[in-house]
Each structure stands twice: as C-alpha cells, then as structure tokens.
Design a protein around this ligand. Structure first.
Ligand code: GLA
Length: 635
C-alpha cells in the first residue's frame, strides 16, 4: 500500500460474521491488528459499520429478518444484503454491532471516517413482507393523517379501490393488472425513506459515540430506488461507486462525467469521493471487458476534474474464493508484476502531486433539473409510451453539452436556480406547484429555460394537471399540447430546424402556439407543418426526441441565447474542466481519443504531473491527461 501511495482504506464492509461469530460474542482482535498496521504506516481507515451482510445466525434465529421480493419469494442467506429494512431484529442486531464498533474504535489513530452499511438497496431495494406492509401503513398514516386523505390522493374511487381500514392497505404486491399508480409512487418514496431510516439509525449512534468523525455511505450514481436529494442531507460528504462498462468507453466517459456532476451537485458543489471503482475488469456483467491501458487513469482524472477529492478502488487484493474472485483488485491474482499494479502505483504517485487541487470547486452555468419522484412516476406502467425513461432523456441532453465542454450541475426542481444562465429540464413528468413557481421565477429573472416533452403532466399524487399539457408551464411557454403522439416501434419522423432536416424518434407532441414561435416544425405525417420546437422569449419547449445532429443544433441555439461559453475550445474528444479555489485555478485536460490531441492555450502554466512549464500548445497522448495550474487566459 505504501508503494502505491495508498492513504485511505475501506475496512470491514462485509465482516459482520467475523466480528460477531455468534450473537453477542465479538472478535475484534483481527480488526485491531489491521487498524494498527494501517496507522503504523500512515494510512487512514474508512471504517465500515459492517451491517450490509448479516451473519447466518441472524436468519436462523429470526427468519423474519429475511427480505421477501414482490412475488413473495423469501431471499435466503448465502449472498449478501439479505435483510428486511423494516425488521426489528435486524435493526437491533445492527445497532448492537455499531455500538460495539464505535465505542471500540472512536479514538483509533487510523479512523478517518465511517462507512455506513454499503450500497443501500443495491440488491434489495424493497421488501414486501408483512412487517414491511405494517411499516408502509405507518408511513402512510404520517403522510396522510386520515384515510379520507389517502383515498383522495390515491384516486381510489377508480376501480373500487376505496380503503375503509388502514389494515386493508398492502405493498404493491402482484395484482391482476396495473396497480394503483399513486400507491406505487408512495411505495417508491417509502422504500427510499426506509433505507434512509436505517442509515440515520446508524448515523445517530456514530454521532453520539464517535463525534466529529465524518460519516458517509457509498451512493450508486443515479440509482433509481434511492432519492439521493433526500439522502445527501444526511451524509457529511457524498461518495460514489463507479463502474462504467469499459466495452463502451465513449458512453462510459459520459456516464462517469454525469455521475460526478450529480455527486457534486447533491451537496451544493462540495468535493466528493470516488468510493469504489474497478482497477480493471468487474465480474458481474455478461461479458467483463478489461480496462485497456490508461483507461483507469483517465477515469480517475475525470472524477477528480469534476470535483472529487479522493479516488478509491474496489478492491485491494483480488480474492481467491467467493463470488467476486474474478473482479479485479489493485493486487491481481498474479501479484505485483502486472500492468494493473503498475498503473495503480503510477496513479498513486501522481495523485500525491495534486494536494493543491483538494478543496477546490467546479462551477457551472447550466443546470439540469433532475428528480427521483418524477422518474418513479414517469416509469410506472400504463403510459402513452413505455419507451420514455428518464435516464435516456438525461443522457440524450447531456451528450452535446459534455462534448462541447460546457459544465453542468444537477438541481432539484425546487432547488436554487438563480446562479445559472440555462436550465434544462429533460422530462419532468411530475411537477409540484413549488417547482413550477421556481422555474417561472428563473425565467422572469431572464434565464433561458428548456423543457422537453411529457413534462408537467401530473402533480405529486400522480393526478393529471388538467387544462392542457403542460399545464403548469403552458403560459410560460406560450403553447398548449392537446394531444400526445408517441411513435410506433422504431418509427422515425422528421423536423425542420434552422433550415436543416433532422430525424426524430420516440415521441411527438401536437403543439398549438399561444404566443410562442415555432423554431422547428414537423415534416411528415399528420403533424406535418405543426410546431416541434417552440420558443417564447427565453422559454423553450421541445416536443420530440431529436436525433444527435438535431440536438447539437438545438443546444447550440440555447447556449447562444444564454451566453454560456465552453471551458475551453478543445479538439473533439478532449474534455476540459476547471477547478478553482483559494486564488488558484486548475485546468484538467482529458484526451478520450485513441489519437494524440493538441490543445491551444494562452498564457503560462505549470503541468502538475510533469512539473514542466509550458505555453500556448500542449500535446496529450491517447487516453492521456494533463493537470495545469496557472492564471490562465484561455483562447
Ligand atoms: C459494489 C460493492 C462491492 C463490490 C463491487 C463489485 O460496488 O459495493 O462490494 O461488490 O460492487 O463491482
């Protein structure tokens, strides 16, 4: 670890059965030795609370602690995460373990932070057992107070679903056909809240017994089951697990970039940490393609550039047994005479040169509005088109900005938009009154706003907002959409935008102008001649999914109107991101291409990785990076 300049190690994530081999009998000797050894070598510990995989004795003593899936199948021990989040014996046993760990190690020299549980919800995001049903009812009582309010919110007049007693309510278990969507939406909220309740349960213990030590857990990018806007309020900093597929490096790079932007945004721009990434291949895809030489380094720098202050890996040593033995480790099965190890050591050596970057921040002029509740609602069944999914829309809008080196943040629909010039809302199906007012305030302040199709359709109860889609934005946009025209299988239509013809897919809207102008019009079929993209002052609406070239054109117009400039006019495939702070400025250049790239830069700068002084031009090797510090004037 010293050779690789490792200075922080996650310890004990799946060690519950080792730490407590039988109920109430703890064995800490081995962990004492590990933590002492780390401290003696100047390495800190991200000490796990080990509650993510209960020991087999818990299930044997308390079979009810096992989770039950939607079909009613109990999930047994033998893998991991086999606990029902609402189960009282799991909670009691987890509490006892965390108390022991916190009491024993709160003052340990190695302790730098607490790693609570692990990837909440990653395998079991919802439990449908009777105890969970009871817990769901309690959650609903506190949300609605009365059954009458619940019946109204869930629209139970439809299909004879009216509840006369709280005990009649169950989780959305299998049913003859579509479940009540408001019930499903509340179930999503409940499941995210229940997992968060577990985190908070541990957090409160740690705060009491180990006060002052930062506490976090590892998030999973845009993981659907957990509303990380809510979760982020309870972690001291965000930490992410990043496993883009190396077999599609271009998509992987964009995914990695957007995940970084999310992690930063969840905590108002504060630095975050990569808690896990693979040194090389993973084991859990159908085909596990390795990271080619340079790719792990490039990805690591991408996260740093976009606001991370730490880069960690899963895992230190590739294991010889167990379900993850073919997952790469920093120390591979072959040992240290390997490319993986060499790359790990090189990265560690380089990172040691970048202390000045720590704590600096990234700023963005463009915000993407992103909301878990809207995503849950959008992706429930029984919709005009099942092919509309939020992450597809986000990725589709993110690409042209990422390729132009325009930095973006993510913002909650009710979050502060005042510092942005351009706000992009890729599909906000569910919108609260407060969110609609938030957007209106932004637009009246002169901001450029763009909304994509099938937005503003329902309120937080999943009730349609009547009066013409997208009702809460109709006036702002100067349009009404009386009809939705989703496409059939693979059906392409066309639009004319800026004198060019572009294909569009997935969805079209029948748009009527009420003050807005048509920026693009449909070219074929029944919608021919009708508006496809509209503009009402600085409020834009996009009633279809344009192809990539069309998106490039449209995004160009939006950037021009909002006056947003890229970080740097770099050659295609070169990502440029700036981090600033304390009067210092760092420019990260990342070459995602397989060819050398030459970047023009004005001014003098110091290359932190090579220590070279350079001016005006820099050549970056294929998949290479540069971190430049200067008071740059960029051409
Ligand atoms: C997750 C888990 C790790 C490990 C990796 C494998 O991130 O937290 O324990 O299973 O996946 O990629």
């Amino acid at each position: 670890m010293r050779e690789a300049s490792v200075n922080l190690v996650t310890v004990g994530v799946f060690s519950w059965a080792r730490l407590e081999p039988e109920p109430g009998r703890y064995e800490f000797g081995w962990l004492d030795r590990v933590l002492d050894l780390l401290a003696d070598n100047g390495i800190f510990a991200d000490l796990a609370t080990a509650t993510a995989s209960p020991p087999p004795w818990l299930a044997r003593r308390n079979p009810d602690s096992l989770p039950v899936d939607r079909e009613g199948v109990r999930l047994w021990p033998g893998a991991r995460q086999h606990y029902c989040p609402s189960n009282k014996s799991y909670r009691a046993a987890a509490t006892a373990l965390v108390e022991q760990l916190a009491t024993r190690y709160c003052d340990h020299r190695a302790l730098a932070m607490w790693h609570v549980n692990n990837e909440y919800g990653c395998h079991v995001a919802a439990c449908y057992c009777d105890r969970s049903a009871e817990h769901f009812r309690a959650w609903l009582r506190s949300r609605y107070a009365s059954l009458a309010a619940l019946n109204e919110a869930w629209g139970t007049a439809f299909w004879s679903q009216q509840y006369g007693d709280w005990d009649e309510i169950v989780p959305p278990r299998p049913a003859p056909t579509w479940r009540n969507p408001s019930q499903e939406l509340d179930w999503h909220r409940f499941c995210s809240d229940v997992l968060l309740e577990l985190f908070v349960m541990e957090r409160e213990l740690l705060e009491r017994l180990s006060s002052g030590v930062p506490i976090t857990t590892n998030f999973m990018r845009f993981f659907k089951p957990c509303d990380y806007w809510k979760w982020a309020e309870h972690v001291d900093f965000t930490a992410d697990d990043l496993y883009p597929d190396p077999s599609d490096a271009a998509t992987g790079a964009r995914e990695r970039a957007s995940a970084a932007d999310l992690m930063r945004s969840l905590k108002g721009g504060a630095p975050w940490a990569v808690m896990e990434q693979a040194p090389n291949a993973v084991n859990w895809r159908q085909r596990n393609v390795p990271k080619h030489p340079g790719l792990m380094r490039l990805g690591s720098y991408q996260s740093l550039a976009r606001g991370a202050d730490g880069i960690m890996f899963f895992q230190w040593r590739a294991s010889k047994a167990g379900a993850e033995k073919f997952h790469s480790g920093m120390v591979p099965h072959t040992g240290t005479a390997t490319r993986t190890w060499r790359e790990v050591v090189e990265l560690g050596t380089e990172l040691a040169r970048l202390d000045a970057v720590v704590g600096t921040r990234v700023s963005a002029d463009v915000a993407f509005v992103f909301d878990w509740e809207s995503r849950w609602a959008l992706e429930l069944p029984s919709k005009p088109s099942h092919d509309v999914t939020l992450m597809d829309q986000v990725a589709h809008w993110y690409r042209p900005l990422w390729e132009r080196n325009v930095m973006v943040d993510f913002v909650h629909p009710e979050g502060d938009l005042s510092s942005y010039r351009l706000v992009i809302v890729p599909n906000l199906y569910l919108v609260t009154d407060a969110a609609a007012a938030n957007v209106a305030r932004f637009v009246s302040g002169g901001g450029v706003f763009v909304l994509s199709f099938f937005s503003g359709i329902v309120d937080e109860r999943e009730h349609v907002r009547l009066g013409g889609y997208p009702a809460p934005f109709r006036e702002l946009l100067g349009i009404v959409v009386p009809e939705l025209w989703p496409h059939g299988d693979d059906e392409l239509r066309h639009v004319r935008l800026g004198g060019e013809r572009y294909a569009c897919e997935l969805w079209s809207d029948w748009i009527e102008l009420e003050g807005a102008e048509a920026v693009a019009t449909f070219e074929d079929g029944w919608l021919s001649g009708r508006p496809a993209v509209t503009r009402n002052g600085s409020a834009w609406y996009v009633g279809t999914r344009l192809d990539s070239a069309g998106m490039d054109e449209l995004v160009g117009k939006l950037l021009a109107q909002s006056g947003v400039a890229p970080t740097l006019a770099a050659p295609a495939g070169v990502e440029a991101v700036r981090r600033d702070g304390d009067g210092r400025s760092f420019l990260f250049l990342l070459n995602h291409g397989a060819q050398e790239a030459t970047v023009d830069i004005d001014g003098d700068y110091r290359d932190l990785l090579t220590d070279g002084e350079r001016a005006s031009q820099l050549t970056i090797e294929p998949f290479g990076v540069a971190v430049l510090e200067a008071m740059l004037r960029v051409r």
